[in-house]
Design a protein around this ligand. Structure first.
Ligand code: ATP
Length: 513
């Protein structure tokens, strides 16, 4: 098994074993690409959402939040282009009968060439030591240049044929690259076909009057249709943003990467309305702002990169992905799109209602342009969780599994243990829990030896453990242990909150961005 697959399997089983993510309706053998968040997972997810929400709505005077319904008038999806263009090119392997996204097959092929480049760079870095300049190496090494040339020509060809809806050429490309089915190894493929990703449903009780609806495939449209409502009732002046988090649904063709690609997932989107002509400057600014938000989590700068789109969606004049190094390689975590006035213009056309803004400075009415930031909460969960999961070999040769979550995101902030289950220690520990609980997610554990209890909390990502012992009864001090350094310190009970509150609160992250 490759190191990558092995690490990914560990992530999935840790998520299940420690109560973070369960397959949906598991007792019925689950439902493909649908997952439930468990007791610890929901806390981690809520904390990520809170970090995002506060960074958008609380820190920016000109961004407000809404919570639009999942059901929307069906014409919304005609206007947004989803009815006609929200398709993925699918291809089936005739031997394994497995279905794939044709573009993803090609992108995975490209990712393999990219990892060859990375290997060359690592090898060279070892050889040249301190004086190694990776950028220079990439621009001069013949083998790397060859790989890069190949990547560029594949991507250009794929983008062009997708743009022209030339599905015959997409299939030809797959054949020319000799891409085989990862499952069966066969190269016997069907034709490439378009597949609409929206889930349909019905509104209304009687069969003849029922209205065909879609489950929203993105949250953004709930913001566009409310643009004027918010602008007027909030007396908002351009530039301003509307933020929203909520469920979205896509009938994904390939959904085999745990919570990376789900059929029901949650998005955190912010649409920023701006005067036409200023989109480039806002697009650049939001790229920077969003990257900073990610970097504040401390998961390592080397795990992020921008991927600017060559093939632009029908609504965009510029687009980039923030990609993250997941256990299966660099993949999209967040999209930043300059959406022009496409959506508002289109809703104007379909509704016949003006969706314009009077700009007092320019003294004119116009349809605002939009730059959006759009991130999947579940993907963000996977990014944080997979990077945090660490196996450490300790000085004594033993190993420990520790979930090094950013403390502000950890589901439990502090665990309280009585050293033994007698002499009044459990009672005192419970008293401390009652007090800490008012401000912090706190847990109590008295089972097994303290060492085992530490390990359990390490695996859950709890940043601090507090032990109450006999000395506590005498001088009101406890030992506090740090998850990452495993160092213990003796402090007064009164100082617990002072010491940890700041580090485990979302405020800590907000100060960094
Ligand atoms: P992909 O290319 O991976 O299908 P996308 O470009 O279609 O993603 P967007 O429409 O830009 O994605 O959606 C914005 C964000 O929503 C993505 O960056 C991703 O984090 C998240 N997202 C999209 N589809 C899914 C899904 N099926 N499961 C989980 N998260 C998703």
């Amino acid at each position: 098994m490759s190191k990558q697959t092995d690490q990914f399997k560990k992530v999935i089983s840790h998520a299940k074993e420690y109560g973070f993510v369960f397959p949906s309706s598991e007792i019925y053998d689950g439902l493909s690409a649908v997952y439930d968040y468990a007791q610890n997972g929901v806390a981690l997810k809520n904390n990520i959402r809170e970090y995002w929400w506060k960074s958008m709505v609380q820190l920016n005077d000109n961004i407000v939040g809404i919570d639009a319904a999942i059901f929307m008038h069906p014409t919304t999806w005609k206007a947004s282009g989803h009815v006609d263009a929200f398709n993925d090119p699918l291809i089936d392997n005739k031997v394994s009968k497995k279905r794939y996204r044709a573009d993803v097959l090609v992108e995975d092929y490209v990712a393999k060439i990219e990892s060859k480049i990375e290997k060359e760079i690592l090898k060279a870095a070892k050889r040249f030591g301190e004086s190694f300049d990776p950028e220079k190496f990439k621009s001069t090494n013949a083998r790397v240049l060859d790989y890069q040339k190949k990547i560029d020509s594949i991507i250009t060809r794929l983008s062009k044929s997708l743009e022209n809806e030339d599905l015959v050429d997409v299939k030809k490309l797959i054949e020319e690259l000799e891409i085989s089915c990862p499952e069966s190894g066969s190269r016997d493929w069907t034709e490439v076909k378009q597949f609409n990703l929206m889930f349909g449903t019905k509104l209304g009780a009687s069969a003849d009057s029922a209205m065909d609806l879609f489950l929203r495939p993105e949250t953004a449209q709930g913001i566009f249709v409310n643009f004027l409502n918010v602008q007027k009732t909030g007396r908002m002046k351009l530039p301003f943003g509307i933020a929203q988090t909520g469920k979205a649904f896509r009938n994904e063709i390939v959904a085999r990467q745990f919570i990376f690609r789900m059929r029901e997932f949650e998005q955190m989107e912010m649409q920023f309305f701006i005067p036409p002509g200023t989109q480039k400057e806002w697009y650049d600014l939001w790229k920077k702002t969003r990257l900073k938000w990610h970097l504040a989590l401390g998961l390592g700068q080397e795990n992020y990169r921008f991927h600017d789109h060559e093939k632009l969606a029908h609504y965009a004049d510029a687009a980039t992905d923030i990609e993250f190094r997941f256990p299966f390689g660099f993949k999209e975590l967040e999209g930043i799109h300059s959406r022009t006035d496409f959506d508002l213009s289109s809703h104007e056309k379909f509704t016949g209602k003006k969706l314009q803004y009077f700009d007092p400075e320019r003294n004119e009415n116009y349809i605002p342009y939009v730059v959006e930031t759009s991130i999947g909460l579940d993907r963000m969960f996977l990014a944080v969780f997979s990077k945090a999961l660490t196996e450490e070999t300790l000085k004594d040769g033993s190993t420990r599994t520790v979930l090094k979550l950013p403390p502000a995101l950890a589901p439990i902030k502090v665990a309280v243990f009585p050293l033994v289950k007698k002499d009044g220690l459990p009672e005192l520990a419970s008293k401390i829990v009652e007090d800490l609980k008012l401000d912090l997610a706190t847990t109590y554990d008295e089972k097994d030896a303290v060492g085992r209890r530490y390990r359990r909390q390490d695996a859950l990502g709890t940043p601090y453990c507090i032990t109450i012992d006999h000395q506590t009864l005498e001088d009101q001090t406890i030992t506090i242990r740090d998850r990452d350094t495993m160092e213990q310190e003796r402090i007064s009970i009164d100082n617990i909150k002072n010491l940890i509150m700041n580090k485990v609160s979302i405020t800590y992250l907000l100060k960094l961005i």
